[in-house]
Write a protein that binds this ligand. Structure first.
Ligand code: CS2
Length: 496
């Protein structure tokens, strides 16, 4: 059967502009909203993973269609592996978005990605594209770790990759690529540009601007000064909040698309029907008409950002660690476990909500319900271990702000501490309730494993040694007796 399935799929043509044109108007899928052949590149996107393709690339195509523009095509950069380039280039950049769950739209073929560059393979091409006068926008989804920050949130100059970029090689880090591209723009009068971070960071625009300046500060004065002046007048770094759940694509998903299109698409991305984008309205030049595609442009993005990170992402992590430990494969299965559903609700109500400034027009109770409904979507099959990855990078952003705010208010953040404790046990145990191995996929994996080994076997020891990983907990949290105590209680219960 399997061999036969493979033979059939090999015989199928690949999705591309020609095969798509031959399909004609099918009715079973939505073709690109604009003619991809007519689109010219105006955006460089760093980090063209599944999330970008299911989120900003869709908004950008819809915006171009709504405004009748042909100058907002995307040049995507895949950073470390050539996979996405090899998937999309033979397909002329086309790929499908497969929505799963209640209210799912028909398959959508997206045509806004016009080119894919491989950052590690051809770093000079990335700099060239950022410096291209036709480009007015550089967007990023490079995940938390792609920013290469130290424990204090500054550019980590002890990171060998950062150091190598600073020394002048063709840049391979995201901040290096940006600075070298901006430097070329400044020198060549390429015109103003907006740099828009779309990662789950607090104040993502401000963070990125700071890292760009950290990089410049480490360069020789003459070189850096001019660029800093140019950035002050000609570049903007707005913040934004992005939201759409995008689980990893499976073979089943690709088979599903094959069955509908009759074409092989190696670039399929899966997403829930929901998508949201709240963007700070601060651009150096023009921008796609994203507001006409459902995005909200605002002067106050910070409140939206913390609602999303502290409610949705924090609860996601809680369900991921507790769920994975209890042997639940998916977020939906974790939420179907009553004890975990109660913990999720308690985290949002007791610890998170009191710390939030609610943006105008948002009903927090409705938001909370909607988050839980989205997590409960069984068709998504979003794996707990996928959300569990990179905990050292995610915890400070989504949970520790809540912890610090609650402690400052004199409260013990019991529910937020449960999520942190579950992460500690996940790191230390490495196995679920059924004895299956849990992957520790994290840039600090070695450091975390070493810390967990020191404290092994004793809840107090484990909490103390992991709390002293400064890159995660800073220097303040290990000193906090109340927080430490509640972590020890939770870890003792979770390991009993
Ligand atoms: C998730 C996010 O993997 C994770 O850490 O919490 O990717 C989440 O699905 C998105 O932020 C939703 O917008």
């Amino acid at each position: 059967m399997a061999a036969r399935g493979r033979a059939v799929s090999q015989a199928l043509s690949r999705l591309n502009l020609d095969t798509l044109a031959r399909l004609g108007p099918g009715g079973t899928f939505n073709p690109p909203a604009v003619d991809p052949r007519a689109l010219r590149v105006g955006v460089v996107h760093l980090g063209i993973g599944a999330f970008h393709r299911a989120h900003q690339a869709v908004f950008t195509e819809m915006a171009a269609a709504a405004a009748g523009r042909d100058d907002w095509g995307i040049a995507g950069v895949t950073q470390r592996s050539a996979t996405v380039r090899d998937q999309l280039t033979p397909q002329d950049g086309l790929y499908t978005v497969l929505e799963r769950g209640r209210g799912a739209a028909p398959l959508r073929v997206v045509g806004s990605v016009r080119e894919v560059l491989f950052g590690a393979g051809d770093p000079a091409a990335v700099v060239d594209r950022i410096a291209d006068p036709a480009v007015r926008l550089v967007t990023l989804t490079v995940t938390e770790k792609g920013y290469r920050r130290d424990g204090a949130g500054r550019l980590d100059r002890s990171d060998p990759e950062v150091a190598a970029d600073l020394a002048g090689r063709s840049p391979r880090t995201v901040v290096g690529q940006l600075v070298r591209g901006l430097q070329r723009r400044a020198a060549g009068a390429a015109g103003p540009v907006t740099v828009l971070s779309c990662d789950n960071l607090v104040g993502n625009g401000e963070v990125l601007r700071g890292l760009v300046h950290d990089f410049l500060d480490a360069l020789p004065d003459a070189e850096a000064g001019q660029v800093a002046d140019w950035i002050a007048t000609s570049a903007r770094f707005p913040s934004c909040m992005v939201d759409r759940i995008v689980p990893a694509t499976s073979d089943d998903d690709r088979a599903n698309v094959r069955a509908v299109l009759g074409l092989e698409d190696q670039g399929v991305v899966v997403a829930e029907p929901f998508r949201q984008w709240v963007i700070e309205d601060d651009f150096a030049a023009d921008r796609p008409a994203w507001d006409r595609a459902g995005a909200v442009l605002t002067d106050d993005v910070a409140a939206w950002e913390s609602v999303k990170l502290r409610m949705l992402n924090a609860t996601h992590s809680l369900l991921a660690y507790l769920g994975a430990l209890r042997g639940h494969d998916t977020i939906a299965a974790a939420l179907a476990d009553d004890a975990l559903a109660a913990a999720a609700e308690a985290l949002m109500v007791e610890d998170v909500a009191p710390t939030l400034r609610v943006p105008d027009g948002l009903d927090l109770t409705g938001y909370r319900r909607q988050v839980l409904e989205r997590f409960a979507n069984p068709a998504l099959r979003h794996r707990t271990v996928q959300v569990a990855m990179d905990g050292s990078q995610k915890l400070p952003v989504r949970l520790l702000g809540t912890v610090r705010d609650r402690l400052a208010a004199g409260a013990v953040p019991r529910q937020a501490a449960l999520a942190v404790a579950a992460w500690m046990v996940y790191v230390a145990k490495g196995r679920d309730a059924r004895g299956r191995e849990l992957p520790l996929d994290d840039p600090l994996a070695d450091r975390l494993r070493a810390a967990a080994a020191v404290g092994a076997g004793d809840p107090k020891g484990l909490v103390d040694s992991l709390l002293h990983v400064e890159a995660v907990f800073g220097t303040d949290l290990p000193e906090h007796e109340g927080f430490r105590g509640v972590l020890v209680d939770h870890v003792a219960r979770l390991t009993a």
